[in-house]
Design a protein around this ligand. Structure first.
Ligand SMILES: Cc1cc2nc3c(=O)[nH]c(=O)nc-3n(C[C@H](O)[C@H](O)[C@H](O)COP(=O)(O)O)c2cc1C
Length: 257
């Protein structure tokens, strides 16, 4: 493992300010130099299994009052053994990273905001109980509103608990959302000013997951305490150009709607 940089209280607080904008030379960014941006969606490997998801026009998700969803939102760490339906999973993916409008090749508007419309995340799913899908790791393809199977895994609950430092509720989840970041998407425009806005972007995604869960009688709990090496290994990402940044296990809850 590379020697980690030293982070002090001073450098950490500096990170939270916007002072870096005064120091970064945006004229030398890949965008300013006329370089192509990284793809907005990581391509599916050739020959991989693609699973189309039902779109908004066809899924049966009952309407949900926004005030009730906000009032009812809480971190849920206890789930029933019930499975999620494919409609419910499709709804949660749309709510967290769904595409609203393709502006052009390099800019895609989604259901969540993102600094500079860079949308640096990929959504992986550790699926244990979703009707019709084998247990395994999948990845969302927002442009196609489809899943790609990364690999089937049988002992996911134990692995989910292990990669989150023994947070056992992760092992009870029907589906765990695991977001990775591809920093180059944001760095293309913002260089070193990317990192704070990437962290801010992640919060919006997970908050939409919380609210969408309320709408379907499910619950979730954000997880930022995880083992970086184990999460990256579970997903099969390189840990440099793409790495895990946030998790959120989802399951049905006993007192749900
Ligand atoms: C960035 C972030 C990281 C979190 N990480 C964890 C975690 O690793 N494990 C956990 O049990 N809860 C985690 N939580 C959930 C918080 O503990 C929870 O939001 C807080 O206690 C307030 O409870 P509420 O969400 O029900 O209002 C996290 C929440 C956020 C926003």
């Amino acid at each position: 493992m590379k020697k980690p940089p030293t982070i002090t209280t001073e450098s950490g607080r500096y990170f939270l300010t916007d002072r870096i904008r005064e120091a970064v030379n945006f004229w030398v960014s890949p965008q300013s130099r006329g370089e192509q941006p990284p793809p907005v969606q990581k391509p599916a490997p050739p020959g991989s299994r693609i699973i189309p998801l039902p779109g908004r026009e066809s899924w049966s998700i009952p309407p949900c009052d926004l005030q009730s969803a906000i009032a009812g939102r809480e971190s849920r760490r206890s789930f029933t053994p019930e499975a999620l339906s494919i409609d419910e999973l499709s709804f949660l993916l749309w709510a967290t990273q769904g595409v609203r409008q393709v502006l052009h090749e390099a800019a895609v508007l989604r259901t969540v905001p993102s600094a500079g419309c860079r949308h640096p995340f990929e959504t992986y799913l550790a699926l244990v109980r979703v009707t019709g899908l084998e247990s395994g790791i999948y990845r969302y393809l927002p442009l196609d509103h489809s899943l790609v199977l990364v690999r089937e895994i049988l002992n996911l609950p134990a692995q989910l608990s292990a990669v989150t430092h023994g947070q056992s509720f992760a092992g009870q989840a029907a589906a765990t959302f695991i977001w990775t970041v591809i920093p180059a998407r944001t760095e293309w425009r913002y260089l070193e000013a990317s990192y704070k806005v990437i962290a801010l972007d992640a919060g919006h995604v997970c908050q939409n997951l919380y609210l969408a869960c309320e709408a379907i009688g499910a619950g979730t709990c954000a997880i930022a305490a995880y083992n970086q090496t184990l999460v990256d290994g579970l997903l099969g990402v390189d840990g440099e150009e793409e790495f895990g940044i946030y998790l959120s296990p989802v399951g049905k809850v006993a007192d749900g709607r």
